[in-house]
Design a protein. Sequence first.
Length: 542
Amino acid sequence: MTDPLLQLTDLSVNFRGAGGDVEAVKRVSVDVSKGETVALVGESGSGKSVTALSVLQLLPYPAAYHPSGSIRFDGQELMGAPERQMQDVRGNKIAMIFQEPMTSLNPLHTVEKQVRETLVIHKGMTAASARPRVLELLDMVGIREPEKRLGSFPHELSGGQRQRVMIAMALANEPDMLIADEPTTALDVTIQAQILKLLKDLQARFGMAMLFITHDLGIVRRTADRVCVMQNGTIVEEGGVADVFENPRHAYTQRLLAAQPKGRKQPVPDSAPVVMAGDDVKVWFPIKAGVFRRTVDHIKAVDGIDVTVREGQTLGVVGESGSGKTTLGMALLRLQQSEGAIRFDGRNLRELSNKDLRPMRREMQVVFQDPYGSLSPRMSVGEIVGEGLKVHGLGSNGAEREALVVEALKEVNLDPDARHRYPHEFSGGQRQRIAIARALVLKPRFIVLDEPTSALDMSVQAQIVDLLKDLQEKHRLAYMFISHDLKVVRAMSDTVLVMRNGKVIEHGLADDVFDSPKDDYTKALMAAAFRMEAVESGVVAT
């Protein structure tokens, strides 16, 4: 057997802190051979990304240090290697793709400049000589009409396009190894399938080794040759993908594999009272041009949609980014200007003034995708959850309001003592529970859940889904559940509405839409989400 291309031996990583050192990675050993894909799997905080960043010496030294270990790449020792040697390795022999391209790409530089940079540094090319190669790379990663994208900035691209630009940058010098750190987590299911297929095709074309970091076991099953499962900084199980998935030996691996949203929701009867309804809802954004800024066209974000949500019912809304899902939810809550009738509990909200609408807002709540962004870092949990009580005059005094906050935190399975702490002191799953408690404390009837699980680990995601189901059953809540994760939507929803370009493509009972989709676009979504063949054959929406 040939020596591995990358060989980590007894790698440990500690972080210095005021309260003592934190052991992030503990004596990890991983080998990756040429042309092989090895997946590092585990929940947030398990040490996956720290292990990968150690390879390229990208940790915040000297705050981070290595008590033990060796990192050998192609026979060279990288542990403690001088910066000049690492500069030759980074982007040239080993390239890395990060999870969130919007924060990894420079917002002030064009696509051309960012892809060109690595060619200038490692190949000594000029801007003019690098342009043909930049165009070739953009075309290779599936950017349509790349000539028109050279002058674009990151904010002018979709999430999938930005990730493709990141891949083009990583492959510019045809590296021997690619480290992919959660490269598809933030992407829609069809875009995710396209990116995974692209990575596999490019890996075969260049014979690259790949270290793939993810918490999504479905991705591991379809992309990796071997898998290493990490927990609390150690590898608890490793082996061939089929072996580990079919015969997991460690209890943690078994728990990860079992942590999928389960069950099917029984549809509520048609006799259940309608809580929220919209008729011919439209949200059009004007496109203005000319000296006098006249409206020349419209972006039809939501284009004439009818929607009904009954008591105890979950309406799942699915579609790719830009399809109008969130805009529809915000329009129903009267947080976005729209046309068409919107009725809550039989009352037309469009006929109400802001003053008349305000008392009704406590019964219509929203939970956002990123709880860290939607929770004020300067307020304690108790203040965050209790803020709405003050606004709506609920609770006659401070003690009564605090009792309501304690009750809400208990309902979402959080320790009531947590109300004295701040958002940064909690995990992602705990922060999402706080956001749910903030909505729940007002005793709402209708909640818009906007991608509430997409940023969470699989096991935490399953816990939040179970929590939302329990709360719905207990309080007969009506949900609009917006998501691109179709497995979660299937577990949550009675009915499903499929959107594309602001229009409804398909609408019906969840079982009908998932088991017998009628529209080609819906079929492509289902293929990308549920069939491994989607990645192999490219059966994805374009």
